[in-house]
Write a protein that binds this ligand. Structure first.
Ligand SMILES: Cc1ncc(COP(=O)(O)O)c(C=O)c1O
Length: 373
């Protein structure tokens, strides 16, 4: 099949409102450390039900700062999911710790709490749990294990803005969470991230760490601790405010797109769709990832979709099998069998808030044909 139709993997929803808010900041001259950052943080804290939020330059920066705040350092181990984006492990490696990968639950694709428990050693310093593809992880079980062992729990909610766990939004549960705003996320600031916390002390520390270690009181050239330049600037914060204003619409539109994919793909033989919500877990739709039937040649399917102008991505390769981690720590196949099996079969389809019905039907049609050939 050859076509001129092109369906991108993702696309942000931005309009005149974000333009207007960004222009206001540009005209104000307060481009960094200005009042727009505070406004964005307050709006974000309100949207997630967290008392405090500290905006940062990326989700990765937020995860790194929470590792610093947890005291992660050389000789420590940090347990995380192999089925995530590399930043979930890199945040610990930056501080000289060793990542430890616990296997995932076959249905939710999130960390299996029993596997986490089995991965603890006396060197474990923190657990970075991930709400993969916007589906809430087993927060209470993981928190209970971490509390019992006296280690920090960090919630990598970079893909999960708007998700709900046990009826309340991710961010509101007392655990420090990190959200990310790359353009494929539910809301975008271009680049950017934010940490929500329930501790005023941690919030103050995060604000200092992101700002070169400056303290609340003290001069511009006085540095209380080793810090970083992980600040979000005010133009991005303004875009974030515009995005938060339409968050409910964005989440509803993304949920509707996922429902339509469900109807279009439910009957395809052997194709596994994302797990459904239950009373305790409500997904915020980040991507639409399917698992191809066992035995399917994924590369052929990808090539066929590409020929039809449908962009896809191999979400997600196992982190422990990335070249630099194999080299550095000697990780090999077989370490996390569930994640490895899933990872070889999963594929992200085009997904964004304004993907229209016609394009979705087309994607489903090309996928069906590719699987049948
Ligand atoms: C699960 C997860 N963690 C961390 C990140 C890192 O976020 P950023 O790209 O903003 O650094 C991402 C973003 O892709 C992610 O999906």
């Amino acid at each position: 099949m050859s076509t001129t139709r092109q369906i991108p993997l993702s696309s942000p929803w931005l309009d005149e409102r974000e333009e207007q808010l960004a222009i206001e900041v540009l005209r104000s001259g307060r481009l960094s450390l200005g009042p727009t950052i505070d406004r964005f943080e307050e709006a974000f804290a309100e949207a997630t039900g967290a008392p405090y939020a500290a905006a940062v330059s990326s989700g990765t920066a937020g995860l790194h700062l929470l590792c610093v705040a947890a005291g992660v350092g050389p000789g420590d181990e940090v347990i995380t999911s192999p089925y995530s984006f590399v930043a979930s492990a890199n945040c610990a490696i930056y501080e000289g710790a060793t990542p430890v990968f616990a296997d995932i639950d076959r249905r939710t694709l999130n960390l299996d709490p029993a596997a986490v428990e089995a991965s603890f050693t006396e060197r474990t310093r923190a657990v970075v749990a991930v709400d993969i593809y916007g589906y809430p992880c087993e927060l209470d079980e993981l928190r209970a294990v971490c509390e019992r062992r006296g280690v920090a729990l960090i919630d990598d909610a970079c893909e999960a803005l708007g998700a709900r766990y046990k009826g309340e939004p991710i961010g509101s549960h007392g655990v420090s969470s990190v959200f990310a705003f790359y353009p494929n996320k539910q809301i975008t600031t271009g680049e950017g991230g934010i940490v929500t916390t329930h501790s005023e002390d941690e919030w103050r520390l995060l604000r200092s760490l992101r700002n070169q270690g400056r303290a609340d009181s003290g001069g511009w050239l006085e540095h209380a601790r080793l810090g970083f330049n992980y600040r979000l600037d005010d133009v991005r914060a303004a875009i974030g405010i515009g995005q938060l204003e339409k968050l409910d619409d964005i989440l509803a539109a993304r949920a509707a797109v996922s429902d339509r994919y469900g109807s279009l793909l439910r009957e395809v033989d052997g194709l596994e769709l994302p797990c459904v919500d239950d009373a305790e877990h409500v997904r915020s739709w980040f991507v639409y990832v399917v698992a191809l039937p066992a035995g399917t040649d994924r590369e052929c399917v990808i090539a066929e979709l590409e020929r039809g102008g449908v962009q896809t991505a191999r979400y997600l390769p196992c982190i422990h099998l990335q070249p630099y981690l194999r080299e550095r720590y000697g990780f090999r196949e077989g370490l996390c069998p569930v994640a490895e099996e899933v990872s070889a079969r999963t594929l992200a389809l085009p997904f964004h808030a304004r993907l229209d019905e016609d394009d979705q039907a087309y994607v489903a049609g090309v996928l069906r044909e590719a699987l049948a050939s």
